[in-house]
Design a protein around this ligand. Sequence first.
Ligand code: HEC
Length: 266
Amino acid sequence: MAGKNDIFHRAERNLAWFVAILMSFFIFAVIATVIIPVIATPGWNTIPKEVQQDPNRGLPDWMLKPKRELSGKDLAMRNKWERGRLVYKREGCMYCHSQQVRPLDGDIRMFGRGDVDYDRKLLWRKQKPPVVAEAWEYLADSPHFLGTKRTGPDLSRVGGKYTDDWHYAHFLNPREMVPGSIMPAYTWLFTPTGEPTCDARALVFYIQTLGVFKPWIPVVEEAEETLGAVPTTEAPRPPEEKVTYITPPHYFDLSDIEECGWDKRR
Ligand code: HEC
């Protein structure tokens, strides 16, 4: 028979096991919910500091403000943009095109790496994170055209890539601009003589806003020669590359404001 002391010893041992198991659960939980997500998420902390402070920063007032507070040119921009988004939705562009840049090889090839104000580098990765989509970019969207299915390329950064005329020609007959394209022609957005209707103009206006409020185009400049400062015993170092990010060019056409009545309250 076990003595009284043995029973106490056993209880102590059990308690020690209990605490050890609890601790290991805790450690497992921290690893699973904090450490792994932080390490495994490329592009965490890529939101520029100014945007973190003012989450609306990237988007213009004419997109975000309640419509009743807008007038004149701002109201026209808003109306034309909203019409364009509606045409995009109506014509089912999102069945083939996503608007969601993800940290995938294809997206990195198309949109590049790095971000402004990227201060906490994951040094051991020795790579800057890809320019993935950020929450603020979607603030004015309703509905959101996210998605992972891409029959055509992602469109979230297409604004400013082509001229308005390129888009009109492309919507009228994609094969003419991109031989072998499987994108359907949207002939009903044009008059019989091939002039864009107000819907086509609004659609192109909308397309031209995509991605242009984000400084994402990397421009690599060669820094000034540093060779003079290098001791002669060392091999000359190549000049360091300096990458800055620029906002893509904007092409917002309001020349049809009278014809399509974009400045009217609707
Ligand atoms: C059946 C699938 C499909 C549908 C629907 C579709 N597209 Fe496309 N789109 C493509 C493909 C494939 C390409 C790539 C070849 C090309 O440029 O034509 C493309 C290319 C584009 C491009 C050029 C992208 C770039 O970066 O070069 C734009 C802009 C575009 N589509 C807009 C639209 C809009 C707006 C709609 C809706 C009115 C639409 N697409 C509907 C398949 C589609």
